[in-house]
Design a protein. Sequence first.
Length: 75
Amino acid sequence: MKKKLNNPFEHFQVDSDCISCDMCEGIAPLHFKIIQDKQCAAVIKQPQTPSEFKVCEDAFTCCPVGAIQKSSLCQ
Ligand code: SF4
């Protein structure tokens, strides 16, 4: 079961479905990082520019378990 996210959150957030596959960090290393202690990815920097939003969107799309949540601010 997904852990409830803090709302409202800023742009992108990783939820408890993360399987620590490292794909998001590979796609957007400035924005996502695997936290080894928690065996889960986290957003380390929210996107600010169109190109940063693009790579975060790419990570969002590629997450194999849908663990990256996108705020309605990004719609
Ligand atoms: S791509 Fe998804 S499952 Fe993989 S580390 Fe990132 S948030 Fe977790």
